[in-house]
Write a protein that binds this ligand. Structure first.
Ligand code: HEC
Ligand SMILES: [Cu+2]
Length: 360
């Protein structure tokens, strides 16, 4: 069994591949691709040491800055307090002839000072943390969507152009990538230390995460949520490529696109019987619905998104569309996560123009 080290030189080297992002010649100290203001911070971060993961995404600099700010502030106060305890306990120790301590009134100014300073520090850290958090949580609109399914014990990846991969994720450098992730069984967690991102992959719904690689190379991918016996083997690599190489890589496959696969499933599972336009429409039209609000029987409005489609397929009774009868059967147990993702890709691709197409 492969036993990866948490960071740095890991399993890949042991397998003789001898190539990780850390050893990539382009990831040396030049760092010209890194965000601004990195130069000074770099000196204290020892990013050349294999102890510390490579810094290869747009968010990595900020995340590290936050991490080191927390460490520095904690270290400063821990040292100060330790030193003062030590110093005071010697300086004011009990000795013959010394008066016993008595209650004194402290000055208001001093009270304000030692209350105000920690408030400023903690609120400042909170604002800093919240800013980084908001950035990590909000994928840019132009992000490239890639579907990921986690299952015991592998990562299955599906690119919108068709190419599929297992335990590997190829991405272009310099372009935001958004992963839409589902789990086939238990909770997993998609973790790429070099990008400073991790996100739980939860059964029963989609979670998303985004990042933008800043330099090409191969980076470790871990499952960081204990998910069973072979959890430690649920590893892989993220391969960041120059956009041109990435296009070539994508083109080098004849895999069916998710939209095509979804279209087939749509007929195979008889969705067409109720949802195709120009039939006696028993179900709502799905063309152009994606991204728009849907009114439910209960009067609520929900967003027609990935999670809504998923819920509609697996648990149709949970949210009944206004004006329709609850006649849709559940497809729970008949479709796996990948097939559901393909159906979603197909439904997403439907535009109102296509509704004019005659349906046999
Ligand atoms: C027997 C007819 C029938 C079949 C078969 C059927 N559906 Fe439906 N579907 C409906 C009806 C009726 C609704 C609206 C009531 C509801 O929300 O359950 C609906 C709702 C939906 C919605 C939510 C649409 C909206 O605008 O709110 C989606 C998405 C959907 N179906 C997808 C599918 C997919 C994918 C399949 C095939 C795997 C499928 N349906 C099979 C009848 C059907
Ligand atoms: Cu796992």
């Amino acid at each position: 069994m492969r036993v990866p080290l948490p960071f740095g030189r890991g399993c890949r080297e042991a397998e003789g591949e001898g190539f990780t992002g850390l050893e990539d010649p382009s990831s040396g100290p030049s760092g010209h691709l890194l965000p601004e203001g990195e130069g000074r911070a770099k000196k204290i971060m020892w990013s050349e040491l294999p102890l510390f993961p490579d810094r290869a995404s747009t968010i990595a600099g900020e995340t590290d800055a936050l991490f080191f700010a927390l460490i520095a502030i904690s270290a400063f106060f821990a040292t100060l307090i330790f030193f003062l305890i030590f110093f005071f306990s010697i300086r004011y120790r009990r000795r013959a002839g010394r008066p016993r301590a008595a209650q004194v009134n402290t000055s208001l100014l001093l009270e304000l000072f030692w209350t105000g300073v920690p408030i400023c520090i903690t609120v400042g850290l909170f604002i800093f943390g919240a800013m980084v958090f908001m950035r990590v949580r909000q994928p840019p609109a132009n992000a490239l969507p890639i579907y990921v399914v986690g299952k015991q014990w592998m990562w299955k990846v599906q690119h919108p152009e068709g190419r599929r991969e297992i335990d590997e994720l190829h991405i272009p450098v310099g372009r935001p990538v958004k992963l839409v992730m589902a789990s086939q069984d238990v909770i997993h967690d998609f973790f790429v230390p070099a990008f400073r991102v991790k996100q739980d992959v939860v059964p029963g719904r989609y979670t998303a995460m985004w990042f933008e690689a800043t330099k090409k190379g191969e980076y470790h991918l871990f499952c960081s949520q204990y998910c069973g016996t072979q959890h430690s083997g649920m590893i892989g690599k993220v391969i960041a490529m120059e956009p041109r190489d990435f296009e070539a890589w994508l083109a080098g496959s004849t895999d069916e696109t998710p939209v095509k696969a979804g279209e087939k499933l749509f007929s195979r599972f008889d969705c067409v019987n109720c949802h195709a336009a120009n039939t006696r429409q028993r179900g709502p039209a799905l063309e152009g619905a994606y991204g728009h609000p849907v009114r439910l029987q209960t009067g609520q409005t929900v967003l027609f998104d990935d999670n809504y489609i998923r819920e509609s397929i697996l648990n149709p009774m949970a949210q009944i569309t206004e004006g329709y009868r609850p006649i849709m059967p559940t497809f729970q147990g008949q479709l796996n996560e990948e097939q559901i993702m393909e159906l979603i890709a197909y439904i997403k691709s439907l535009t109102p123009q296509q509704s004019g197409k005659p349906n046999p």
